[in-house]
Design a protein around this ligand. Structure first.
Ligand SMILES: [Zn+2]
Length: 318
C-alpha cells in the first residue's frame, strides 16, 4: 500500500524527525533541567519552524484582567502577536494576557494518568477565565460577543499506556467522565496517535507514515488558530496597563462659557458646559444637559435665547 504524500509534507516530516530524535535523546539524560532542555528543543526545532510566523511561542503563565486569576506554569503557549504583547522576562518566558492566548501545550516525556489529570485540572482552571470583549457598541460600551477560548493540548514523547488495551482517549475519559467536561481538546503521543475531541467524538489519527500524528497536531493548530484569534476581535490592551485609581479632572483646557442649570428633581443649581457639535445657531427656549444630575433628575437652563458659535456658547450668549 502506498499513501499519498507531497514534497511539502515530506520536508516537514524530516524536520519533525530531526527535532523529535533530538528531544528523545535529551529525555534519556538524567541531569537536572532535562525538561527545560526538551522544551527548548521542541520550541526551537519543532514548533517555531513549523508553525506560521504570526503565532508567537512562549512559556510561562496566563493572566486574566477581571479577577487577576493566574494559570499554572504552562510549558508552551501559542499566542497571537497582534492582539496583546506578552510581558517577557527573556526571549520566550513571560506573562500572557488570556485574550492573546490561542493554544496551550503541556509537554510530557512519558505520559501517565497522573500527568493527564494535572493537565486536565490546569485546562479546567484556564477555562474559567473571563475575556475582555474585543468589540464595542456605538456608544463606546462593551459589546458582548462569542469567543473561542484557549485550546489546551497535551504533547508526549511516550506514554505509560504502551502495550495496554486502553486508548489515550479512553484513559482520559476515565478522568473527566461523568462529572466533568473534557477540558483538554487534544492529546498527541509521538509514535502512537493524535487524538482530538470534535465536540462529540474523540477522533484519532494513527498514520502509516512516521510522525503523521505530530504533523496532524501541527496541521490542526495551523487550520484553527486564525479563527480562534479572529473570535477575540480587538480587546483593549490598555485595560491591563492603566491603573483605575488616582484619576481626576484639573482646570479647563481654556475658557468656556458656562450656563446656569437647575435640577428638576433635587433643585440643585450648577454651571454646565454643554456641547453643540460644530454648529452656529440660536436656541430659543431651554437648554437641556444630556448627562443627568447625580440624583437622576434632568438639568435644564432658564428659558431664554442662547447664541451658539461653532458649537460653544458665545461670550454674550443671551
Ligand atoms: Zn438633582
Amino acid at each position: 500500500m502506498t499513501s499519498h504524500t507531497n514534497k511539502y509534507q515530506d520536508f516537514l516530516r524530516a524536520k519533525v524527525k530531526g527535532a523529535l530524535e533530538e528531544a528523545k535523546a535529551a529525555s534519556n539524560l538524567t541531569h537536572q533541567g532535562v525538561k527545560g532542555t526538551i522544551l527548548e528543543i521542541l520550541i526551537s526545532k519543532l514548533f517555531r519552524p513549523l508553525l506560521p510566523s504570526d503565532i508567537g511561542i512562549g512559556t510561562g503563565q496566563i493572566v486574566e484582567m477581571y479577577t487577576g486569576k493566574t494559570s499554572t506554569q504552562i510549558d508552551i503557549i501559542l499566542y497571537d502577536k497582534s492582539i496583546l504583547p506578552p510581558v517577557l522576562f527573556d526571549e520566550s518566558t513571560g506573562i500572557f494576557p488570556v485574550e492573546a492566548v490561542l493554544y496551550t501545550i503541556e509537554v510530557k516525556t512519558t505520559l501517565s494518568k497522573k500527568d493527564l489529570r494535572i493537565a486536565h485540572e490546569s485546562a479546567k482552571k484556564l477555562n474559567s477565565f473571563s475575556y475582555l470583549p474585543g468589540l464595542e457598541n456605538e456608544d463606546g460600551t462593551d459589546k458582548h460577543h462569542s469567543i473561542d477560548k484557549v485550546k489546551s493540548v497535551v504533547f508526549a514523547l511516550n506514554s505509560t499506556l504502551t502495550g495496554n488495551n486502553l486508548t489515550e482517549a479512553e484513559r482520559y475519559k476515565s478522568i473527566y467522565y461523568p462529572d466533568e467536561f473534557p477540558y483538554l481538546i487534544s492529546i498527541c503521543v509521538v509514535g502512537d496517535a493524535y487524538w482530538f475531541n470534535n465536540g462529540r467524538v474523540w477522533i484519532y489519527h494513527k498514520g502509516e507514515n512516521e510522525y503523521d500524528e505530530v504533523l496532524s497536531l501541527i496541521g490542526g493548530v495551523s487550520n484553527t488558530y486564525k479563527s480562534v484569534a479572529r473570535s477575540r476581535n480587538y480587546p483593549k490592551l490598555g485595560k491591563y496597563i492603566i491603573s483605575t485609581e488616582g484619576w481626576g479632572a484639573g482646570p479647563t483646557s481654556r475658557d468656556f462659557n458656562g450656563i446656569n442649570v437647575t435640577c428638576n428633581m433635587c433643585g440643585t443649581e450648577s454651571i454646565q458646559f454643554p456641547h453643540f457639535g460644530m454648529q452656529s445657531i440660536t436656541i430659543n427656549g431651554f437648554i437641556n444637559i444630556e448627562e443627568p444630575c447625580v440624583c437622576g433628575g434632568k438639568l435644564s437652563s432658564k428659558e431664554g435665547s442662547y447664541k451658539v458659535v461653532n458649537g460653544e456658547l458665545a461670550e454674550n450668549y443671551s
